[in-house]
Design a binder for this molecule. Sequence first.
Ligand code: DOR
Ligand code: ZN
Length: 338
Amino acid sequence: MGDIITIKNPLDMHLHLREGEILEAVFPYTYERFIGGVVMPNLSIPISNTQLALDYQHTLKTLNPSFLPLIALYLTDTLTQAELHKAHHHGLKILKLYPKGATTNSQNGVSEILNPHTLELLEEAQKLEMILSIHAESNGYSLDREYEFLPIIEELASSFPKLKIIIEHLSDHRSIEVLEKHANLFATLTLHHITLSLDDMLGGGLKPHLFCKPILKTPKDRDTLLSLALQAHPKISFGSDSAPHLESKKLSPSGSAGIFSAPMLLEQLCELFEKHNALENLQAFVSDNAIKNYNLDIKSEKTITLQKKSQSIPLEISLQQDRIIPLNAGMSCNWKII
Ligand code: DOR
Ligand code: ZN
């Protein structure tokens, strides 16, 4: 393929853009690389109704009119069928399910997933052809949380066979069998779960900036998931889960979970796919699979061209007398957007 690669309509199907100053500081890294993506609703006031989603969409559009923000609606215990219909009517197509307390700003998440209220909403979401995106973790032992959640995924997948369900940020190789078993199950993969294992976070000095949920797992998990990405497995789309936190929060006793990977994501994916002789599958992994699996109707076409040329990943993004440290800060990346 030579030293130049062109990617058509790159999409990031899972990202946290936050709000206020952090939003303004981090959003350009995404809109300079991706034409759109799934924006997560776990803001300080969760995006739990249509109006909040439309307001957030408006804020994002004001900052960058060409980025297509697919805002996920936060599924709470108080979401009503009427509100779900309203959301659908206004073009929201993704519902995000956080088990209560599983991660950052998930205190409004669903307390009991298989309860009648949630199931009725999911029945309706299925009728409306919405997509259910799940933070699939139990509250058990960190390394087994995704595995322990699989029975719930299976129950939902078989109860709602026409509802497309996305296992977000797949991190455990034991989930793959379940993903393959149900036609309506799909997944996203992050850059960090396919390149890092738990030892990168705590095998040497402790690296709080690599603490995320789901937690990084074993080399076997990492390598198995990497091979799925490199083949551009048709049920899997790229979703960075880029999750910026101020360093003061990362280092505080409550230790916020989240890896800020947005800077140079596409460049790093190019480097990774090239290293494994899989550059020809990058287009499917960062765009085509998502367009198919989320039934996206992309109106205008945009291409991003990258050239093999070395550059450094920023050391930090400074703001509010504080800073946000990116994934692989200061390391060199040998692809550059031109
Ligand atoms: O590491 C994570 N950070 N995992 C999540 O699920 C949420 C995210 C965040 O919002 O910071
Ligand atoms: Zn996330």
